[in-house]
Design a protein around this ligand. Structure first.
Ligand code: MG
Length: 234
């Protein structure tokens, strides 16, 4: 069977949109009546809670409250709309080339999964995106309440694909220690630098362009693409 491929989302399949995120949070701050720079800083400081615990409205209400604000329900809802619209825009920004890579992998019958450390609005926007129908499995930290690099989230993706982790190839830019996390459960790891050089200290194989992936996976498994179990057998 062609090897299952598991992708990260931000800075792997789409841009991370880091600056736009800060700009949108600044606009949200004006709606809920707190200082934009302070809300941006509070957003950055609370990333862990946002990935696995809070939805958009909880985030806005809690963080604005910590900054001395007392937004009304209507203000919280309006601020949340901005963040939801951002999530849709970021998913919509996927390039035709990336969609083409996914289609090529599907045509060659590679099972495909996504594991994303993402806040709830991205998980909500996913089913309506052009990416969603190309994946057999999509796992968001906000839905499963686990985040990379926890080995459990990688094992969950393999389990939902109906395979063992050592059969899988994991492709990501390397944020949040994901490459080490995937390697720890025995996945073959490819670091992509197409969008961002996130984890230059990673010593494993690198993929400069996602477009090279289908051909790379077609090669007879070289040592760098051998799964952990294969290497142990040799
Ligand atoms: Mg990433």
């Amino acid at each position: 069977m062609p090897r299952p491929v598991i992708f990260d989302l931000f800075h792997t399949l789409v841009e991370g949109a880091d600056q736009e995120r800060d700009r949108v949070v600044g606009e949200m701050a004006l709606i809920v009546g707190v200082a934009p720079a302070a809300l941006v800083a509070a957003y950055h400081a609370s990333w862990r809670d946002r990935l696995v615990r809070w939805d958009v409205e909880e985030t806005v209400r809690l963080l604005a409250g910590r900054l001395g604000g007392a937004p009304t329900d209507d203000q919280v809802t309006r601020a949340g709309h901005l963040r939801r619209a951002l999530a849709r825009r970021v998913l919509d920004s996927v390039s035709a080339a990336t969609l083409g890579v996914l289609d090529a992998l599907r045509a060659e019958r590679h099972p495909l999964a996504l594991i994303s450390n993402a806040t709830s609005e991205t998980a909500e926007a996913w089913p309506g995106s052009r990416l969603a129908r190309r994946f057999d499995v999509a796992i968001f930290s906000s839905e499963v309440r686990l985040a990379k690099p926890d080995p459990a989230i990688f094992k969950l993706a393999a389990e939902r694909l109906g395979v063992v982790p050592t059969e899988c190839v994991y492709v990501g830019d390397g944020a949040d220690g994901e490459l080490a996390g995937a390697a720890a459960v025995g996945m073959t790891v490819l670091r992509t630098t197409e969008h961002n050089d996130t984890d230059p200290s990673w010593g494993g194989p690198m993929l400069a362009a996602l477009g090279d992936l289908p051909a790379l996976l077609r090669e007879p498994a070289g040592p760098h693409l051998a799964s952990t179990s294969d290497s142990q057998i040799r």
